[in-house]
Ligand binder design. Structure first.
Ligand SMILES: Cc1cc2nc3c(=O)[nH]c(=O)nc-3n(C[C@H](O)[C@H](O)[C@H](O)COP(=O)(O)O)c2cc1C
Length: 475
């Protein structure tokens, strides 16, 4: 990966990020490997320098990425896995199987049909491909290890030294293997019973938290041993990012946002009766709301927006500041956009000029699907598996059997969110991908954390919420 994708010192202005392979049911091994590695690295970095638990959050709707992503996170010792945007009933079992390094079957829903397609992800095969089992420090394959990469070739791509970091990859014992056993290429549904990578299993299983909007779904998941998670996040529709649609038929209000009614408010007494820990999310970033949640039986709250605007967040600093300034000037609107997300869930879009919320920016952007994380599989007229996304170029989507009306108002969240994190692709003709900003609709916390629109740190959010801020100041 270093040979192929890493650029020492970063890209020069105007230089493009190298194209990545996309996840798919056939010949998707390299994309799976990158997904494992990307998730591994995110968790590994998040765990550096402290002993507090680290969780990772997935959208169930991104079906092909879930198993490889989860496996990478497990290898890095993730403590908690949170899954929303879909029904995550299969995730507890998926997690169990991956910690045992067993191949998992993913039932992919083929868009527009009642049909499922069973795809197998084999963790042992992925590690076989990385030669993680060799325990030699250098894993590049020696001379010629850099296949076609800009730093490839003998002596240039390989760092050639054993890993300095003494942390172990989870509690894996990596042992040298017989050369023939190192690479397992098969991802068939009938793999050998024993893993071939020399990894001592099982790995540590993270806690699974299902993100749901109502106790009804929580009760349903809690009924069966196979689907019951270790906890629930009850997320209401004001929360940042995606949220559940209103129950029943969708209706829009005068601003074109989904209209939620009393049936969309979670009954927390029912939730408490399920007797599994739960956290409340969506506009809960306030000490009194945390106390109220706990009084109603919640274990705590989940907060997103207050951290998205703090100094440690992955949002580009300029965008963070623009959001705080606009909020301070009482000019920040966050729209619950029913169309924006290709995932078809309502998605909160913060309205900031120069981003994809701006109609001028939106119209000027040429549609392209070059990352493909949100592509959905479908059955082509010829019977093969194809992939499509309603935010891709309209003509291509229609050619793939998608309806024109489905493409209206869709934003490319793949490119937009990467741009928000400062990793936007530079498209031809000097067009940089514009960012898209998501935030919750309740920003009351800013009057306490950032009364003048200025910066604040993550630790201040935690201290303020838990009532330890004054004590820390006095100290
Ligand atoms: C910038 C941002 C990105 C988010 N992305 C996701 C996501 O990818 N998946 C998810 O389940 N929740 C996501 N959320 C929701 C948070 O996990 C959390 O539940 C929510 O922010 C809590 O409500 P609050 O925004 O009012 O604090 C996101 C929130 C923000 C602010």
């Amino acid at each position: 990966v270093l040979d192929r994708f890493y650029v020492e010192g970063g890209l020069v202005p105007g230089e493009r990020f190298r194209a990545q392979p996309m996840l798919r049911v056939e010949r998707g091994e390299l994309a799976e490997l990158l997904t494992v590695l990307g998730n591994f690295v995110e968790v590994w970095l998040a765990k550096e320098g402290h002993r507090a638990p680290v969780g990772i959050n997935y959208l169930e709707k991104i079906q092909l990425a879930l198993a490889p992503g989860l496996f990478g996170a497990i290898l890095a010792g993730v403590d908690c896995v949170l899954v929303g945007a879909g029904v995550p009933g299969h995730v507890p079992e998926l997690t169990r199987q991956l910690t045992r390094m067993r191949p998992v079957s993913i039932r992919l829903r083929l868009e527009g049909t009642e049909e499922d397609y069973v795809h197998t992800f084999d963790p042992a095969a992925v590690l076989g491909r990385t030669r993680l089992g060799t325990d030699q420090g250098c894993q590049c394959g020696g001379p010629g290890g850099g296949q076609g990469g800009r730093r490839g070739g003998e002596g240039s791509g390989c760092r050639g030294k054993p890993a300095q970091d003494t942390r172990q990859v989870q509690d894996i014992r990596i042992t040298p293997l017989a050369p023939t056993a190192r690479v397992l290429q098969s991802t068939t549904a009938h793999p050998p019973a024993t893993p071939v990578t020399g990894i001592t299993t099982p790995l540590r299983r993270p806690h699974v938290l299902a993100i749901v909007s109502l106790p009804l779904l929580a009760g349903y998941l809690a009924r069966d041993e196979a689907t019951v998670p270790d906890g629930f996040v009850i997320e209401t529709h004001g929360a940042g990012g995606h949220s559940a649609p209103p129950r029943g038929k969708w209706q829009l209000d005068a601003r074109g946002e989904p209209l939620y009614g009393p049936r969309d408010h979670p009954d927390l007494a029912k939730m408490a009766k399920i007797n599994i820990p739960f956290w409340l999310a969506g506009g809960t970033a306030h000490p009194q709301r945390l106390a109220a949640a706990r009084a109603l039986g919640a274990a705590g709250v989940q907060v997103g927006s207050a951290f998205a605007l703090c100094e440690e967040s992955g949002l580009q600093p300029g965008l963070r500041q623009a959001l705080r300034n606009r909020a301070h000037a009482q000019q920040l609107k966050v729209r619950n956009d029913p169309k924006a997300s290709p995932a078809a869930f309502p998605f909160k879009v913060a309205e900031v000029p120069g981003t994809l919320s701006d109609p001028v920016v939106r119209t000027a952007r040429r549609r392209v699907c070059d990352l493909g994380y949100l592509r959905a599989p479908y059955r082509t007229a010829g019977g093969a598996i194809g992939y499509r996304c309603p935010a891709e170029p309209e003509a291509a989507y229609r050619r793939k059997g998608g309806s024109a009306s489905d493409t209206e108002g869709r934003l490319c969240l793949c490119n937009g969110l990467l741009a928000t994190a400062g990793l936007g692709q530079r498209q031809p003709r000097g067009q940089d991908e514009p960012p898209v900003l998501t935030l919750g609709q309740d920003l009351d916390f800013l009057s306490d954390l950032s009364p003048d629109g200025g910066p604040y740190r993550a630790i201040e959010v935690v201290r303020w919420l838990t009532g330890t801020r004054e004590a820390a100041r006095a100290h």
